[in-house]
Design a protein around this ligand. Structure first.
Ligand SMILES: *[C@@H]1O[C@H](CO)[C@@H](O)[C@H](O)[C@H]1NC(C)=O
Ligand SMILES: *[C@@H]1O[C@H](CO)[C@@H](O)[C@H](O)[C@H]1NC(C)=O
Ligand SMILES: *[C@@H]1O[C@H](CO)[C@@H](O)[C@H](O)[C@H]1NC(C)=O
Length: 426
């Protein structure tokens, strides 16, 4: 019992002895300092913190970009997240560290000190102050202040869609001290400009380049952060452009389908409708800008135009196909055309036939079309094969010849258009 009493009496003293002696940078020092600043010296945050009010307060701004949240091509709006590093000097927030236990820095709530009213000049949303009342300002004993207002910045960004989806856009974020003129508060670029140390890659856009500049406006100065963004085209390539190219090939293949199948018209209209759907999809992703038209849009319109012409031609060819030679004689120019097509086709056939096929296969090869029996070795029949068979030509043959001609015309036209548009784009 005696021992317990002794311990219970001694223990508090022992505990007090083990508490480290608080002599430097205590909370008391900070309290004293803040009392000195805000009560004894009556700090007024409405006063620009410089003794000579004719002098300029220099504010430097850096931008720490953490991610691009969204780039809405249609609303021409860039949403970025990050924070600014804003520094300036406050004449009234200086102290001698030795007086306050060698305290060299304090954090003060941002609403308690003067701060420049920096705002995003090309913002989309309603103007409101940077940061929030829960943020602090870092103050050094020599009066240097640093403020890190974090936020989501929504800025306008004019978009040039000419080369969509291989486009590069330059977006800017312009920060200025809104109320003050440049003789009172001058914003300038900090040491580093745009900092991308913690930048998280966006899935749709990659940053090509960044730059910072100061902009001298009529009454005030501004800091302009420029971000050069390149669209990652894979999504549009796979989901829009590739299907359109496939459709344009299908479009041409209408001429491969024989007229007897009765499917030519419906097939061509179906392809046309599918193209129209893709045209709608592309225009939905682009801004409704009538000044600049995207090359992809032009390409889609050209392909849709081809499709329209193909539908019309197909209908005409179908009509011709069901004509009777006895009632409607074939005009000589069409017969000439058929002769030429025959020659072109058979030159190719003759190159292939001796090498690849036997003579029996040759006869099975194109039974409806080969109107004369062909001897591959006979030079005479090759040089002038059609004269004895003119009378056998029917409207069906003319239609086949037209199909052949249009197939190649539209295939080549589609190919040239595709290559031309995409070589300009990329
Ligand atoms: C210091 O000033 C603040 C307002 O600026 C006031 O709320 C506080 O009571 C004052 N403290 C003292 C000790 O005067
Ligand atoms: C701000 O910068 C200008 C020149 O850049 C300088 O003349 C002026 O003295 C600076 N103001 C202060 C308060 O240091
Ligand atoms: C402050 O720092 C100086 C030099 O480093 C030192 O001599 C002095 O004792 C410190 N004052 C306190 C209160 O710790």
């Amino acid at each position: 019992m005696e021992l317990q009493k002794l311990v219970s009496m001694v223990l508090p003293f022992l505990m007090i002895m083990y508490i480290p002696k608080a002599n430097a940078q205590t909370s008391d020092d900070a309290k004293n300092l803040l009392h000195q600043i805000f009560n004894a010296s009556a700090y007024n945050k409405a006063v620009r913190p410089i003794y000579e009010q004719t002098m300029t307060t220099n504010v430097s701004i850096e931008f720490y970009l953490t991610s691009i949240l969204d780039f809405d091509s249609q609303k021409e709006k860039l949403t970025t997240s990050g924070f600014l590093i804003i520094s300036w000097n406050d004449y009234y927030l200086q102290w001698t560290p030795a007086t306050y236990g060698n305290l060299t820095s304090v954090f003060i709530p941002q609403d308690n000190v003067w701060k420049p009213d920096i705002s995003l000049q090309n913002g989309v949303s309603e103007l409101k102050g940077l940061g929030s009342s829960s943020l602090f300002v870092y103050v050094l004993s020599d009066g240097a202040l640093t403020w890190y207002p974090v936020g989501i910045f929504e800025s306008t960004c004019g978009i040039d869609i000419t080369y969509f989806p291989f486009d590069i856009q330059t977006c800017t974020l312009t920060f200025t001290a809104w109320s003050y003129t440049k003789t009172e508060v001058r914003v300038m670029v900090g040491k580093k400009g745009i900092i991308l140390d913690e930048y998280e890659e966006n899935s749709e856009w990659s940053i090509v380049d960044t730059s910072v500049d100061t902009l001298e406006q009529y009454t005030d100065a501004a800091v302009v952060f420029s971000i050069k963004l390149k669209r990652k085209p894979l999504f549009v390539l796979l989901n829009v452009i590739l299907p359109v190219i496939m459709l344009s090939l299908l479009n041409v293949c209408i001429f491969v389908l024989p007229a007897e199948s009765g499917e030519k018209a419906s097939f061509s209209v179906t392809v046309f409708l599918a193209l129209a759907v893709f045209l709608t999809m592309v225009t939905a992703t682009l801004p409704q800008n009538s000044e600049k038209i995207s090359l992809l849009g032009i390409y889609l319109v050209i392909i849709a135009g081809f499709s329209t012409v193909i539908v019309i031609l197909t209908l005409f060819i179908l009509r011709l196909n069901f004509r009777n030679v006895d009632e409607d004689p074939i005009p000589p120019c069409l017969i000439q055309l058929q002769v030429i097509v025959e020659k072109v086709r058979c030159r190719k056939c003759n190159k292939l036939r001796p090498a690849i096929m036997s003579e029996t296969e040759v006869h099975n090869f194109d039974p409806g079309y080969t109107v004369y029996t062909q001897d591959a070795t006979s030079a005479v029949s090759q040089s002038n094969p059609t004269t004895p068979h003119k009378s056998k030509i029917t409207w069906n043959h003319i239609c086949n010849a037209l199909d052949f001609i249009f197939f190649w015309i539209f295939l080549i036209a589609t190919f040239i258009t595709t290559v031309a548009i995409f070589s300009i784009c990329s």
